[in-house]
Design a protein around this ligand. Structure first.
Ligand code: PEP
Ligand code: MN
Length: 361
């Protein structure tokens, strides 16, 4: 697949003066719930109503969706509000049912994108469709797997494509339900700048208080849209209660978010500068996290040395590290002088940490 302007035709056709907004509940629960939320979203920035009909749950025993019955509710919501509709499809049977109920946009869930066999089955079932297909990133941080899924749909002669960034699972507990790993989406965007990129802050956050900040970062990185889980009674939602926001909160968020203008030379310069600056922020954040991780390991070494009465400073080991880093630095176009300065500072911080540990024993 190559980058082409046409990749964004389906999105440009909406003619929006703001990012695309897809909103609605995690799951369709009842007919009243779907219709009520659709009406609350009708006159907002949201163009597309989302609702999960078949819910892939990591562990059994949770609410697994109302099934095909819910498609009728989506259809009714579309008739009553004029909103477009979208739902997740995870096999050929879902595709058939969703098409029969005139769902406008189909999304491929994170647990599906990981499986090339299933992705291929769905692509075959959709071959040649003029519906839009949005592909969520796979649960594991693997750009090739994500792109591979996009390519399978492209090869099945599906022109209207986009991707949804919903974060990646980690074994370690972090502040996110799914780690954003912005760099992966940025790499994808650099390779396919015209492929619409949408953020799903809800599944990254897992909690409602950081949805705004995640969305702002995405807009600063030039994303094309947001998919936000929205419910009139989030706390009592049948799935993903902690991360859903009310339609009113969504309206307020869309007012508060700084949305970039997209025309004119100066605006283009500012947009590019802003995107690059946000990319720098992402990398700086990773640097701090890596430094923190490094110091935690140094602390463990500190305990070990102090328990075994070994001196903190071990010159031979330190010289080995420096030599290796200077060589690695060269490969990344980093000068010897710079590497020396950075690693001396890091080393000093490690020694300070280890001194503190030795004194506390
Ligand atoms: C969802 O959108 O409700 C969902 C299940 O998403 P994901 O595939 O990203 O987990
Ligand atoms: Mn959900």
């Amino acid at each position: 697949m190559e980058n082409k302007k046409e990749l964004r035709n389906w999105l440009d056709a909406f003619n929006l003066d703001h990012p695309l907004v897809i909103a609605g509940p995690c799951s369709a629960e009842t007919e009243e719930q779907v219709l009520k939320i659709a009406h609350q979203l009708k006159d907002t920035d949201a163009t597309v109503l989302r609702a999960g009909i078949w819910k892939p749950r990591t562990r059994p025993g949770n609410f697994e969706g109302v099934g095909a019955l819910g498609l009728k509710w989506l259809q009714k919501a579309k008739e009553e509000t004029g909103m477009l509709t979208t739902t997740e499809v995870a096999n050929a049977n879902h595709v058939e049912l969703a098409l029969a109920h005139d769902v406008d946009i189909l999304w491929i869930g994170a647990r599906t994108t990981v499986s090339p066999f299933i992705v291929q089955d769905i692509a075959d079932a959709l071959r040649g469709t003029d519906k839009t297909v949005l592909i969520k990133n796979p649960v594991n941080p693997d750009l090739s797997l994500w792109l591979g899924a996009v390519e399978r749909f492209h090869t099945a002669d599906i022109q209207n494509l986009g991707v949804i960034h919903r974060g990646f699972s980690t074994y370690e507990k972090t502040r996110y339900r799914n780690n954003p790993e912005w760099q992966i989406a940025i790499d994808l965007q650099n390779r396919f700048p015209d492929l619409p990129l949408i953020l799903d802050p809800s599944h990254i956050a897992g909690r409602r208080d950081i949805i705004h900040d995640l969305s702002q970062t995405a807009l600063d990185l030039n994303y094309d849209g947001l998919m936000v889980e929205t419910h009139y009674d989030p706390d009592n939602a049948w799935s993903d209660a902690a991360q859903q926001i009310t339609p009113d909160t969504l309206i307020k968020m869309m007012v508060d978010l700084k949305i970039r203008k997209t025309e004119g030379n100066e605006i283009e310069y500012n947009n590019k500068l802003n995107t690059l600056r946000t990319q720098i922020d992402v990398v700086d954040h990773q640097l701090i996290e890596s430094l923190g991780k490094r110091m935690k390991i140094a602390d463990q070494i500190g305990h070990l040395k102090s328990d075994n009465n070994v001196a903190i400073l071990q010159t031979k080991r330190w010289n080995e590290i420096l030599g290796k880093m200077i060589l690695e630095g060269e490969q990344h176009n980093l000068s010897e002088e710079f590497i020396l300065r950075v690693f001396k500072a890091i080393h000093q911080e490690s020694i300070n940490h280890q001194h503190k540990i030795a004194l506390s024993k």
